[in-house]
Ligand binder design. Structure first.
Ligand code: HH2
Length: 296
């Protein structure tokens, strides 16, 4: 069974993340230390609030946390001009105090959502276990940083620049093109020395895709699973849910749970969510029903 493994790079860290396809999905709690994320910008910018939020998500059932200090909401569509450019210095200033303290307080795997090799390098030195790169190695140094640390990496599908990603979207054959592009990025990662068992792929829901594209990618997750890598799905609160159900970002829990159930049914490895407690309960009951054998 394909799997990805992330081993803490610090001596004695002893953390390990095994992601097996076919096991229940690991719940990744989103911790946005940003002023402008699309659904929770500004709520956790203060380090103390962010750390408390991280710990609360762990108590609520998160298996790992994803710390992001740069909003990556794409421009050219529902988010207008998209996220503001953040300097490496600002990204580090937001990220490191929160990462350092959470690392001190917990042994659960900590992921860092960044497109920059310099940020990844600093985060790995602070004990991060996983790099979540929505640009899938656009920074030419990212692959070597990850290979050197032997950590796991998420390679997410997207096209073009964040600033205008939602403009002029065009696929001739969505599923084939997304699968081919992800396969190429994974091959590039392996060629750069990243262990293929430490690669996770992600269809990039909402990144350079129409509502119909997002729904079709979710419907056919099996096409991406066939690439032989564990999958991560980040559908939580995304705008396709708002388009189907006419709901503001914070009112998309029902739609997010529908996407979570669908993804879990397709044996994805990691589910990236904002609403950890509700998703945890939802999946626990869903799994209990799936596994029920008694009463015959
Ligand atoms: N989505 C977002 C951010 N990072 N990473 C992966 N691997 N997959 C995703 O789908 C994904 C991601 C966007 O969500 P959020 O972090 O809540 O918003 P923002 O980018 O505005 O901070």
């Amino acid at each position: 069974m394909p799997h990805a493994a992330a081993t803490g790079s610090r001596p004695g860290a002893g953390r390990r993340l095994e992601l097996e396809l076919g096991s229940p999905p690991k719940l990744m709690g989103v911790l946005n230390v940003t002023p402008d994320s699309f659904s929770d910008g500004g709520l956790w910018l203060d380090p103390t609030a962010a750390i408390e939020r991280g710990l609360a998500m762990l108590r609520a059932g998160a298996d790992l946390l994803d710390l992001g200090a740069e909003s990556t909401r794409p421009g050219g569509g529902v988010y207008g001009a998209g996220a503001a450019e953040v300097s490496v210095e600002d990204e580090l200033e937001r990220l490191i105090p929160v990462l350092r303290e959470l690392r001190r307080l917990t042994d659960v795997p900590l992921s860092v959502d960044t497109r920059r090799a310099a940020v990844a390098e600093a985060a790995l030195a602070e004990g991060a276990d996983l790099i979540n790169d929505v640009s899938a190695l656009a920074d030419p140094r990212m692959a070597s940083v990850v290979a050197e640390h032997g950590c796991a990496i998420v390679l997410m599908h997207s096209r073009g620049e964040l600033a205008n990603m939602q403009r002029g979207i065009h696929f001739k054959d969505l599923l084939t093109e997304v699968a081919d592009e992800l396969r190429d990025r994974a091959a590039g990662a392996v060629a750069a020395g990243i262990d293929r068992r430490r690669i996770v792929l992600d269809p990039g829901i909402g990144f350079g895709k129409t509502v119909e594209h997002n729904l079709t990618l979710l419907r056919h997750l099996d096409r991406l699973a066939a690439l032989g890598f564990p999958l991560l799905v980040g559908a939580s609160r995304k705008s396709f849910i708002g388009a189907v159900a006419e709901a503001a970002p914070k009112e998309r829990l029902g739609g997010s749970l529908a996407a979570a159930a669908w993804a879990a049914q397709h044996r994805i490895a990691i589910l990236r969510v904002h609403d950890v407690a509700a998703t945890h309960q939802f999946l626990a009951v869903w799994r209990a029903i799936e596994n029920a054998e008694g009463g015959a």
